[in-house]
Ligand binder design. Structure first.
Ligand SMILES: NC(=O)c1ccc[n+]([C@@H]2O[C@H](COP(=O)([O-])OP(=O)(O)OC[C@H]3O[C@@H](n4cnc5c(N)ncnc54)[C@H](O)[C@@H]3O)[C@@H](O)[C@H]2O)c1
Length: 365
């Protein structure tokens, strides 16, 4: 394993490390062995990821003395469902995993959310390790302990907080990541940079053209910066009652777009990129930011290859979806609005203002 970067995440249920770098997968057994005695491990793996990376993790764990049972889960968002979570739990029971066992999630945010949910509820909670293999999972979903499955009524409607024992982010795995999935992670990284503040934002702006898919030389530092930002946010607000709301920047419109277009039509990150463009325009309209901030953020997204989407959707359906967002209070749409790098607030936005911006957005498509 070459040089790794380690970010410590402080959590009320105990601190944990995020280990970032090249060759981390092959050292999984050794790294986990530093914090957990050999035990039974359920290796829950995305079936598109398993053939490429499953054996490396399995072999490393077995060499360190762990008794591994691999469980393959179909790739994609449709696996994040109640029925599959139930099947996974039945599988853990059939394999006789006890309270001293461990569940390891190898894949993107879908596998992390699904397996994390199973780890949170099986025997009222067993130890859990995140091994993210998408940029989105490395920069965002593997950190912070949110786990969930989707219900028919919407995404992530059943879930639990379950902090991992450790997160192992092997940036080599990004070499095989499809281009659109790379872009999806970059959108969350852009969101983090804007929210974190001037230093990270300027760092990303300077490298935006050079941040290449896969294992470009800037990738480990990009992941580290995003994880440091998220670690800081979640340490101050583990259960999303305060500062953690900022992580929803771009998500009010983004989630509405995903819902109206049909989940899976565009990636989550593409929706978030469109959502932060939308939020910046609302922010300028209500006098929270100036035109230069909107231009700067647009320019960053363009430079990262996250062009404005060429999709159309019904304005009424979008408004309706935004009004069913989890941040709604007293029937009012609430949005995270940034006014400058590192400065944001979550505010109620009048329906008429939201509708006018949806109409303006729709007229450009
Ligand atoms: N828990 C949280 O805090 C949080 C935060 C953000 C998003 N999420 C959730 O994360 C999910 C999205 O995660 P995602 O974008 O990682 O999607 P994903 O897990 O579906 O992975 C995207 C695709 O990439 C493939 N893949 C994964 N790693 C690969 C690799 N190294 N090489 C080749 N292909 C690979 C997968 O098979 C899949 O087809 C959503 O369900 C979202 O709700 C959770």
């Amino acid at each position: 394993m070459s040089t790794t970067r380690i970010v410590r995440v402080e959590s009320p249920t105990g601190p944990y490390d995020v280990v970032i770098g090249s060759g981390v997968l092959a050292s999984a057994g050794e790294l986990i062995g530093k914090i957990a005695e050999p035990c039974k491990v359920a290796l829950v793996v995305d079936d598109a990821v398993g053939p490429t990376y499953g054996m490396t993790v399995d072999t490393s764990l077995a060499r360190a003395g762990y008794d591994v049972t691999a469980v393959a889960v179909p790739s994609g968002e449709s696996s994040k469902n109640w029925a599959l979570a139930g099947e996974l739990l039945e599988g853990l029971a059939s394999a006789r995993l006890g309270r001293d066992s461990m569940l390891l999630a190898l894949g993107g945010g879908v596998i992390g959310d699904l397996a994390g949910f199973a780890a949170a509820v099986y025997l009222r909670g067993i130890r859990f390790v995140q091994v993210p293999t998408t940029l989105l999972a490395m920069v965002d979903s593997s950190v912070g302990g949110k786990t969930a499955v989707d219900l028919r009524a919407g995404k992530n409607l059943a879930g639990a907080f379950k902090q991992p024992l450790v997160v192992l982010a092997d940036t080599d795995t990004l070499q095989t990541l499809p281009h659109k999935e790379w872009g999806s992670g970059l959108a969350e990284a852009a969101k983090s940079a804007v929210l974190d503040g001037e230093e990270f934002l300027a760092w990303l702006e300077r490298r935006a053209d050079a941040i290449a898919p896969g294992t470009g030389s800037h990738t480990p530092e990009l992941v580290e910066r995003c994880v440091r930002f998220k670690a800081g946010v979640v340490a101050s607000d583990e259960t999303e009652e305060g500062p953690r709301e900022c992580l929803n920047y771009g998500h009010t419109f983004g989630h509405a777009l995903e819902k109206v277009l049909g989940y899976g039509t565009i990636t989550h990150g593409a929706a978030v990129a469109e959502g932060i463009r939308f939020a910046a325009r609302v922010s300028m309209d209500v006098g929270a930011c100036d035109a230069e901030f909107v231009r700067r953020q647009d320019h960053l997204l363009d430079a990262l290859g996250l062009a404005s989407l060429g999709v159309s959707a019904s304005p009424s359906a979008l408004l309706d979806a935004m009004r069913s967002d989890k941040k709604v209070r007293g029937g009012a749409v609430r949005m995270v609005l940034a006014s400058a790098p590192g400065v944001w607030q979550c505010v109620a936005v009048d329906d008429r203002v939201v509708r006018a911006h949806i109409d303006a957005w729709a007229s450009t498509k």
